[in-house]
Design a protein around this ligand. Structure first.
Ligand SMILES: *Cc1c(COP(=O)(O)O)cnc(C)c1O
Length: 384
């Protein structure tokens, strides 16, 4: 199925709604039945019918079809946040007494789930750095059920070998989960490497306009159906029809946005590499994991600069001097952003982060390359 068809037509039964180009927002909590026998039939198969919007909703269904196709998956669920999708993927596949292996630099709330929440239910975990297959294999115990990956991960953009991890997991009967937010399905499709479940913070590239928080879970029909009847229907962290509509609108330009973000990021990395005030750039296509990056992914629009500075104040001055880059969490929208690690230093009552204070994560949005490059240069000049 080609990309143009997925983004512009898949799932859109226009004859059902006056041939409107843009799908209707079916803002209804429930759906009626013609007869008791119809009611009985529909409610006995809630996964495939329209009973109640906590289960299925026609506007949400359009979004699910498109996302499943983009990830080369049989089916997909969408959630009211990315972390809801991660939590559903994890909780749907473990029971009390089980063990999870996870990369140690996973998204912060994924780690909170493992460290603070799941121990209450007798589920333990081991962190691995994810670069060494031997380390992952050594961490497997008879109780291990899940391998959680994020490739590339946030901030340092370290990769895991998806094919090798999927193969190892199969021999030990582990379910594999990959957080694919960085690449988007356009630049990496983990299911093609044998991964079982792909999750996204749809808040980032997929919606892409900094106006919806959403999560995505893509997998086989069997897996999606299991999670539908467990976490999805029970915890009820669904996406509203209105947010689904906005996300469908966001997807129309996914290919343009993601490519623009990647192309500009790659040019900036290239141009900044030789700058005397840049100690190192963390970006998948340079550094030690370059070969793996080329093998399994095509791009992404985030990188981290390690800036040469003799004080935290200089890093703060650099960040405060940027005028086009907004300072914020999250990423994936139209606007370029920075997230300085130094923010998390000197917080009352909090231990300092494991990452050094001279790191600043950049997300590259849709602005012109020259504007962003000049902005970074002028801010570096302020601290030189
Ligand atoms: C933002 C993010 C999440 C969490 O998604 P929310 O939509 O904020 O809940 C999970 N994983 C990664 C890699 C992220 O960047």
């Amino acid at each position: 199925m080609d990309l143009s068809y997925i983004l512009n037509h898949l799932g859109e039964e226009r004859k059902d709604y006056f041939n409107a180009v843009s799908p209707p927002i079916i803002q209804s909590s429930n759906f009626v039945f013609d007869s008791v026998s119809d009611f009985r039939q529909q409610i006995s198969n809630e996964y495939e019918s329209h009973v109640y919007t906590r289960g299925n909703n026609p506007t949400v269904a359009i979004l699910r079809k498109k996302l499943a196709a983009l990830e080369h998956a049989e089916d997909c669920l969408v959630f009211s946040s990315g972390i809801a999708a991660v939590s559903a993927a994890v909780m749907g596949n473990i029971s009390s007494g089980d063990h999870i292996i996870c990369i140690k630099s996973a998204y912060s709330w994924t780690k909170t789930l493992l460290q603070k929440y799941l121990p209450r239910f007798g589920v333990s975990h081991t962190y691995v750095d994810g670069k060494s297959m031997a380390d992952i294999e050594d961490a497997i115990t008879p109780q291990t059920k899940l391998l959680i990956l994020e490739s590339p991960n946030s901030i340092l953009f370290e990769l895991q070998d998806l094919s090798a991890c999927a193969a190892l997991a199969k021999t030990h009967n582990l379910v594999t989960i990959v957080d694919n937010s960085y690449c988007s399905p356009l630049y990496q499709t983990p299911i093609d490497h044998g991964i079982d479940i792909v999750v996204h913070s749809g808040t980032k590239y997929l919606n892409g306009h900094s106006d919806v928080v959403m999560g995505v879970l893509c997998a086989s029909t069997t897996m999606v159906k299991k999670i539908f009847y467990q976490e999805y229907m029970n915890i009820g962290h669904i996406l509203s029809p209105h947010d689904a509509f906005l996300a469908i609108r966001g997807l129309r330009t996914l290919h343009l946005r993601v490519k623009r973000s990647h192309d500009t990021a790659a040019r900036l990395v290239e141009a900044l590499q030789q700058h005397p005030l840049i100690e190192k750039i963390y970006y998948p296509f340079i550094n030690d994991q370059q070969m793996l990056a080329v093998k399994q992914m095509k791009g992404g629009g985030l990188f981290t600069l390690a800036i040469k500075a003799d004080s935290k104040e200089k890093i703060m001055a650099f960040c405060d001097s940027l005028s086009y880059f907004l300072m914020a969490v999250s990423w994936g929208g139209h606007e370029s952003l920075i997230m300085p690690v130094v923010t998390f230093y000197d917080m009352p009552g909090m231990p300092p982060p494991e990452l050094p204070w001279n790191l600043v994560r950049f997300y590259i949005g849709l602005e012109e390359y020259e504007v962003l490059y000049d902005d970074i240069l002028q801010a570096l000049n302020k601290i030189s």
